[in-house]
Design a protein around this ligand. Sequence first.
Ligand code: ADP
Ligand code: MG
Length: 315
Amino acid sequence: MIEVKNLTKTYGAHKAVDNISFEVHEGEILGFLGPNGAGKSTTMNILTGYLSATNGTVTINGHDILEEPNEAKANIGYLPEQPPLYPDMTVREYLNFMYDLKKCALPRQRHIAEICQVLKIEDVYGRLIKNLSKGYKQRVGFAQALIGNPPVLILDEPTVGLDPNQIIEIRTLIKMLGKHHTVILSSHILSEIEAVCDRIVIINQGKIVANDNTAELAANLSNDRRMIVSVAGPAKEVANLISGINGVEEVSYEGSREVGVHEFAIETVNGADIRRDLFTRLAQRNWPLLASGSRAMSLEDIFINLTIKGNGGQL
Ligand code: ADP
Ligand code: MG
């Protein structure tokens, strides 16, 4: 449905997008995840034909965005980071204006009414956009993207600046739209993407550092188990003892919630099971193991590993 090949965008000497390639299949909800400045908006602006690439190609439903811009763009509904709203128009005026701009051929009244119903903006239809709350403005931005019923929706950080209730509403809306559209959704917030998307592409400093099914990403991560233990004993010596166990990669101190009891997070190599060793060794020193549990690394942990520690693409 969408094919991005070797896309590069440079600003002067700075590579905002650095030779990225990925595909989005029909019906998929793809999460485009990365920290601020990673290159998400730049990529989305190129995908939608608002910005030209320095190098590489984008094909939407078989149409090259440069060679057949009108055909390609007709397939896309775009909600940019800053929705192109006209504050002095009413919602009615604005949606009709966008309808004309997009040269929409669907029956005007019915089509706009349907969109307003889906987005629950019927009650503000006659209001000036500048008087709407942020949540309603965002929904009007969404409405604009849906005009013409394009098969592909590209949504750039659609929940930024919304309150938690509005975020849940928008999330539900995206899931619903995902049933009938191919969606690319960008965010710098992992939990948001994780909740909604089938697949996640992680971008950092213009480069793709991961591209996998959300479920598989999570499964890969659960191989790298992280164990949390509470031990009654001297913090430093306990940490040293744990570090010395075969299969332990990293021990970090998590603090103390009880006098003389310390918590540690232990990362093991390839999911090595150190529980028995740990128990025996602590018992030998008479340092009771008061609690232990394991938890799979969250996507948040992985995201930090990939984008900050910079050991990219090792999933
Ligand atoms: P994101 O949307 O992931 O936060 P952007 O795509 O907006 O990231 O930006 C990627 C990089 O490109 C950033 O380093 C940003 O400063 C730079 N950039 C974006 N637009 C321009 C521009 N018009 N001129 C120069 N640099 C830009
Ligand atoms: Mg952005």
